[in-house]
Design a protein around this ligand. Structure first.
Ligand code: NAD
Length: 468
């Protein structure tokens, strides 16, 4: 079985113990990853602390290193794609796009200006507001986009002058471990340390005395634990958590035209995207046409092992997640909803679930109120747009949402009433390294990407020179 090392202080380090990594397409263990010991975690944080001293003082070197890191990821996208597909399940072409995109994210950040403002310059005083790095960052990622979400943190954190200890999910440690080893050739030792392990490694990181910042992407439940743990010594936190994104279809929308787009943004990565469309609100008059058009899309999807040519949708990443999606669908069906297509898990090895379009589910059904994070989409009827907005906003979530209609100005107006971090019009899931991304309510604290995300890896310092 393939074994990847952790990267600590620029060296590849084996674990004293290791754990199995399962291929979700087969349900079989296909690789092993190191289980980081407390002493190894101490060593990783210590090497990050040591590296911080030199790293924080040379912005040009940081920009050059991030460019080199981004170039390397882009060049190795096709080599790393099978590693990512093998542990995560996504089709090979999507895996290659994730690795390539992660490299693009690093290169974009390599060139970003670091905010710096003169707020007073007169006879009495000169006052600047600058952004200083925080020190060592603990970064923790989930299993849906292991590498992309890691690079959303690595790019800005390292550009700002911080160093990092990064931990991927135990479901998907391999690509991040491989990238840690790869980037050791272009980053100074200790700047980026990668550790892996089963829980409670994440909790040990948030409780560790060295990091000054925890950047976490994952579920709401874990995010709340991270916030509580970080509060003990007032570590700064950014929390990118779950979503239950609504898409509101306005009465002037064309179901045939928007269905492929809605399907694409709901079933991307097999529905395992924090900001995928997770419920569609549609007026009564368009309901049947839209449901049929979405079902046609779902029927055309090719579900299978992501390593196989032509597969568009792989397995769910892990058995508990497949079981959760199946349970939410079964609950909706038991309460009177209809699976227009799909409706259950796929028999056989691996963690597959049929792409499912549900009609007849509504608010109060768990699959509408909660985050399903999988290939099952409820299409919910509404009577008035005002009511649809109220229902879209009526959850604890607030990651993103979208409004779809022929009159884009009207859709824009409706979108502005959504209580969420990103409100899209006639699109969804449109992200960019220069555009902030984050959630309100339980969907998160703080933002990633753009100047706003970069600022999250800094502290404000006021420099005030008296002139009197
Ligand atoms: P999860 O919360 O179970 O795990 C996330 C990470 O936290 C893993 O690395 C895990 O090992 C670690 N962890 C577990 N317990 C911990 C603890 N007590 N302290 C610190 N770390 C701990 O989430 P998941 O199931 O891996 O990912 C799916 C969730 O992530 C979904 O809810 C999804 O919406 C969310 N997500 C959010 C975003 C975003 O940007 N908002 C992006 C992707 C995924």
């Amino acid at each position: 079985m393939t074994q990847y090392g952790m990267t600590i202080g620029g060296r590849s380090v084996k674990g004293e113990h290791s754990f199995d990594v399962v291929n979700p397409a087969t349900g079989q263990a296909h690789a092993q990853a190191p289980d980081c010991s407390p002493a190894q975690l101490d060593a990783a944080f210590e090497s990050a602390r040591t590296a911080y001293r030199g790293w924080k003082d040379d912005l040009d070197a940081r920009r050059a290193a991030l460019h080199a890191a981004g170039d390397l990821l882009m060049a190795k996208a096709n080599d790393l794609a099978p590693v990512l597909t093998g542990e995560q399940g996504k089709p090979l072409q999507d895996a290659a796009a994730e690795v390539f995109g992660a490299g693009f994210w690093l290169k974009h950040h390599a060139d970003m200006p670091i905010p710096h403002e003169v707020i007073r310059d007169d006879e009495a005083a000169y006052v600047e507001v600058v952004r200083r790095p925080m020190g060592v960052v603990a970064a923790i990622t989930p299993w849906n986009f292991p590498l992309m979400l890691a690079c959303w943190k690595v790019g800005p954190a390292l550009l700002a002058g911080n160093t990092m200890v990064l931990k991927p999910s135990p479901y998907t440690p391999l690509t991040t471990l491989a990238v840690g080893e790869l980037l050791a050739s272009v980053l100074p030792p200790g700047v980026l340390n990668v550790v892996s392990g089963r829980d409670p490694l994440g909790a040990q990181m948030t409780a560790h005395p060295v990091p000054r910042k925890v950047s976490f992407t994952g579920s709401v439940a874990t995010g709340k634990r991270v916030a509580a743990a970080a509060s003990d010594d007032l570590k700064r936190v950014t929390l990118e958590l779950g979503g239950n994104d609504p898409a509101i279809v306005l009465p002037d929308a064309d179901p045939a035209e928007i269905a492929p787009k809605l399907f694409d943004r709901a079933f991307a990565n097999n529905g395992q995207v924090c900001s995928a469309i997770k419920r569609v609100y549609v007026p009564d008059a368009l309901h049947d046409d839209l449901v049929e058009a979405l079902a046609d899309q779902a029927r055309a999807a090719k579900v299978g092992d992501g390593m196989e040519e032509g597969v568009t949708h792989g397995p769910l990443n892990n058995a508990p997640q497949r079981d959760r999606v199946a349970a939410l669908v079964a609950d909706a069906l038991a309460r009177g909803a209809t699976a227009v297509t799909g409706g259950g898990p796929v028999e056989g090895p691996g963690f597959f679930h049929e792409p499912t379009i549900l009609a007849g589910a509504t608010d109060g059904f768990a699959i509408v109120d909660e985050e399903q994070f999988g290939p099952a989409l409820p299409v919910v009827r509404y009577s008035t747009v005002e009511e649809a907005v109220e229902r879209a906003n009526g959850t604890h979530f607030g990651l993103s949402g979208s409004v779809w209609g022929a009159d884009a100005d009207r859709a824009w107006e409706v979108a502005s009433a959504l209580e969420c971090g990103t409100a899209w019009v006639n699109t969804h899931l449109a992200v960019h390294p220069g555009q902030p991304f984050g959630g309100v309510k339980w969907s998160g604290v703080g933002t990633e990407n753009g100047t706003w995300g970069l600022e999250g890896f800094t502290e404000v310092q006021v420099r005030h020179r008296n002139r009197l």
